[in-house]
Ligand binder design. Structure first.
Ligand code: FAD
Length: 329
């Protein structure tokens, strides 16, 4: 156990507890983003930032997570992969120990699995999918609705709250930190574990996680025909990039669903997002506006994609893409 003494005796609660996420041996990007989000919040609450990691190989993860801004890392050595009951018990036990003002979890598939259970067990209100927040004795959180067309502000009328944060909204924490790292015995009750991961099955050779890619070549309806997909595939190969798309391409069956960027697809935050023949509809932009650099190729100078693009080429993709392939090869 750490020597850290939380404020619990009727004092104002101010600490923030954030939970890291990993999959198949690697920490996910959101684990570093949640440090930035948690630090921002802890600076406003005036408390410490605690980071929890629940895993088999906790020591290696704790080393990687010890970045600037983290005050305390609590490791729960249990299991290799995500498990609903283990995470729920571990985060509940740590929250009981630390009494944080805010429990931050990723708004990921895993986070959405255990965050409601944690909030329920702790008797806390839950704000999901926050993209920004402020603290003024209580939390005010911003959420986006209707494909990012509308922003809603939630004022939480409670001293303590559970929150899930959207990936890609905060920068990844960097720099080496000096957090104290302590093993936490969460007292995991084996009998209360109702499910276990028994194995992983790859969906197929073409299966990739576009949300983890650094460079995305994304194709839209401007590509006109399935047989032309090969052209943008060649560009992706030449750039060492991953291929993604807008929804019509997936609806047409030209690329699998896991390549779709947007409101009903995946949220992506690559270093470079190359939008080819994509108009920039709000539902698409909702999934890629967090990209570092956006480059658009479109014949229509008034296409909305140019409103958010850092660089734009007004031109025919059937001229521009072959020229780019030649250049990069
Ligand atoms: P279009 O809007 O048809 O744009 C094609 C673009 O290609 C045009 O701008 C055109 O000027 C350009 N073009 C044409 N020919 C060329 C050429 N030769 N060279 C260069 N440019 C050319 N969409 C998503 O993408 N992801 C989602 O997750 C998503 N979820 C949705 C959820 C809901 C509930 C709804 C209602 C819609 C959703 N959509 C989603 C659909 C979205 O509204 C748009 O219809 C879609 O994003 C348009 O895709 P696009 O840009 O490829 O096609």
């Amino acid at each position: 156990m750490s020597d850290y003494e939380p404020v619990t005796d009727g004092g104002e609660v101010s600490d923030v507890l954030a939970v890291a996420e990993h999959r198949r041996g690697d920490l996910r990007d959101v684990s570093f983003e949640i440090i930035s989000a948690g630090r921002e919040l802890a600076d406003e609450t005036g408390g410490d930032l605690h980071l929890a990691v629940v895993a088999g190989d906790v020591d290696s993860f704790a080393d990687q997570l010890n970045r600037e801004g983290v005050d305390h890392i609590h490791t729960v050595a249990y299991g290799e992969e995500f498990n609903h009951d283990v995470y729920t018990q571990a985060v509940e036990a740590l929250s009981d120990e630390l009494s944080p003002a805010v429990v931050l979890m990723p708004n990921s598939v895993n986070g959405l699995d255990y965050a409601p259970a944690v909030a329920n067990r702790l008797g806390l209100p839950l704000v999901s999918d926050a993209v920004a927040f402020e603290w003024d004795g209580a939390l005010t959180a911003t959420r986006e609705m209707y494909g990012s067309k509308v922003e809603t502000t939630l004022e939480v009328d409670a001293e303590r709250v559970a929150v899930t944060i959207r990936g890609g909204e905060w920068p990844a924490a960097e720099g080496t930190g000096d957090a104290d790292v302590a093993a936490f015995d969460a007292g995991i009750d084996e009998d209360a574990i109702g499910s276990r991961v028994t194995g992983f099955e790859e969906v197929g050779a073409g299966d990739v996680d576009i949300s983890e890619a650094d460079v995305l070549v994304s194709v839209g309806r401007g590509i006109e025909d399935e047989e032309n997909i090969e052209l943008v595939e060649r560009l992706a190969d030449a750039l060492g990039a991953t291929l993604s798309s807008s929804r019509p391409i997936v609806d047409a069956g030209w690329l699998p669903k896991n390549r779709q960027v947007g409101q009903s697809g995946k949220v992506v935050t690559p270093k470079v997002y190359l939008a080819i023949g994509i108009s920039g509809a709000v539902q698409h932009v909702a999934g890629m506006k967090g990209s570092d650099t956006i480059i658009a190729i479109n014949t229509d100078p008034n296409a909305p994609i140019f409103d958010i693009a850092d660089y734009g080429v007004v031109g025919d993709l059937f001229d521009v893409v072959p020229a780019l392939i030649e250049e990069f090869q």
